[in-house]
Design a binder for this molecule. Sequence first.
Ligand SMILES: C[S@@+](CC[C@H](N)C(=O)[O-])C[C@H]1O[C@@H](n2cnc3c(N)ncnc32)[C@H](O)[C@@H]1O
Length: 389
Amino acid sequence: MIEPTPRTSGETYFFRDRGQSDLLRLRLLPELIGRRRAAKTLRLWSAGCASGEEAYSLAILVDMLLPERDGWDIFILGSDINATALAKARRGRYGQWSFRITPPELQQRYFRSSGDEWELDERIRRMVSFRAGDLVSEPCPGGELRDMDLILCRNVFIYFGTDAVRAVADKLAAALSEGGYLMTGHTELMGHRVRNLQSRLFVEGVVYRRLAPLVPLPAGHRPPARVAPPPAVAQRAPGVPPPAAASAEDLLATARELADRGEYAGAEQACRRALSVAPLAPGPHFLLAQLAQLGGDFERAGKLLDQTLYLDPGCVAACLELAALCERTDKLPRARALRRAALDIVRALPGDATVEPYETTAAEMAQWLAQWSTAPAAPQSAPSPSRAS
Ligand SMILES: C[S@@+](CC[C@H](N)C(=O)[O-])C[C@H]1O[C@@H](n2cnc3c(N)ncnc32)[C@H](O)[C@@H]1O
């Protein structure tokens, strides 16, 4: 039996988690927009949206990435169990505390000051619809809860027991289109068995991609579904690294494939073998840092990212990942310095150069990072209710 949702907090703010905002702005949304360019449809869902900041942040990102969108059918949904929060979301008016990490330029561009509040640009407000719903008890997919390209369900699973986490993750997987993404709060699904979702490890954390075809959900609990392994590892049993003579590049490629499939122990083993062949290669250090973060070992992750930057000082991804890690662990001056370093690196590149591993140009990335370099420091602890808007 699934236990009822306990009392929850509606804590939220615009562009929550800079690392995940980077991931959405620089990787996931451009990929999804590219994929949908022929069909001209895009379906995004903020599940557990509280007072709407997350859903509207998505709409603002879409506006930035797709300013010319005539002929597009863009559906952005915010849903929550809390009717009071939804009423606030529909109003589209927020106190300054909702902008605690928003770059001032973005706030000025998309909001109009109105007394003590900031009123969202009507154009953006209309891009989002809201609905009441209980993720645990409501059937899904169904009605408008279907064929989503992206679902954000962040800081919601933390309120659920194990059975509810599994049931809601199953429903959200079924509500995604093939290849669509589910983004949760950091580590919210770690240790839980998720079906029909393949973890994909990005610089800024793990996201889950809907497998195709959908495996019917059994009444009992089965192990998570697996995709067919990529060709490079198809001849080997999953998790078994390549033969002893493999190059560091091959071993790292294998490690990435294993990590993408959620086989973290095998990925770590392949990384270690890559380092035994090439001890000064930055790539394995970087992947080990991501794996350490996934395991919740932030101290080790930080050390590995420092080593990555020592070995490759021009690695933008390592700067941004270490910045996001510093933000999560309250080292805010260091986080700011790292974001500035990333900005300096991309500014030194030709504007049309692609910044690896992001699928974005140096010019676009510089514009995005420049906004954040003027943004206030990210808060790390929950505010007192009196400060929350
Ligand atoms: C901490 S807020 C997260 C808001 C936003 N996703 C973010 O990360 O900033 C958690 C939200 O989850 C909602 N929630 C909790 N249980 C829910 C359920 N069973 N169905 C739908 N929403 C739920 C709460 O009402 C609350 O607004």
